[in-house]
Design a protein. Sequence first.
Length: 381
Amino acid sequence: MLTALAHREPDRVPVDFGSTWITTIHVEPYEALKDHFGVDSPTVVMERMQQVCFVDERILRHLSIDTRGVFAGPPELACNQSVELTGDRFRDAWGVTWQKPASSYYYDMVQPALVGDITLSDVRNHPWPDPHDPGYTRGLRDRVITQRASADCALVLNISVYPVQCSQFIRGFEDWFLDMAANPRLMGVLFDLLTDIMVSTVADVLAEVGDLVDVVSVSDDVGMQRGTTVSPEMYRRLIKPRQARAFRFIHDHTPAPLMYHTCGSVYAILDDLIEIGVDALNPVQTDAAKMEPERLKADFGDRISFWGGINSSRILPWGTPEQVRDEVRRVIGALGPGGGYILNSVHNIQPGVPLANLFAMFEAAQAFGAYPLDGRQGGGT
């Protein structure tokens, strides 16, 4: 894993599954996965909105996974805990209300925290979470030391640095887009405030385990299917400076490379992401505009690693096992030469993905991922 991230060819393409809340599996297919392997451990939800879960160590070993996740502990302070409401609703620590419809696999945002016409005073006086919750770091170092001793795998630290998405939830999407265009001063104050809170928590976590982990994972979506969520110019003016500050802090407090998750097409700002310290891009949504693996490798492969790339919108749920194998072979052939590639699905494994396809992905990673790559991968075909 470390060799691949250093842009050198290891013995084989490393494989991730379950190390982050954006490279794991939804609870429904996970139950089928547990049944297949005869695993009877309780299913523990990792991230409530997405309804994704932790993967049992026995399954990770069965699948020859090269990563293990590191997670801060649960909050202990009341101001940082979700409040359960009626009708399968809850209000999170930011003041945003979520609900899981009976027909849905996920929780939807149903009430932003600061909606409508607001002032800078409303932003500053909102009851924000306490970033220094002792629950986040209680026992964390001991847990990571145990992880390090029990598995020769890359330890991936999950930390929350997501001022873009968090501000979208707090304002609501319509108000957020209007603010970006018409009230950039307010958005700048909100971005700064959220970045301050999140970096303060990151500081506590990295002080505990920054010297023990191998990768730091952060996520904040700035891409859509056809391009960036806002124009590249608006990204550079309002979002990039805050990300740069957070990423610089992370690099100053751990030697671990930084993996950044954003869905969608971010080709137009990949140079910017590299400039501000992104070492690996996830999930590599290869069916978004200008995100073809061959293009990404040719244009950026010497400066950034790619983490993901196996199509999860069409091939994993709807393809045959042989089509999954062909996709794995193609993506390894495109992104694998010279290192710089970690194999995973594009985002979490969702309901409807047959286990046969999931297993085909991991089996093909072993079959076609051995270095030196010999041309059987078929990159670019």
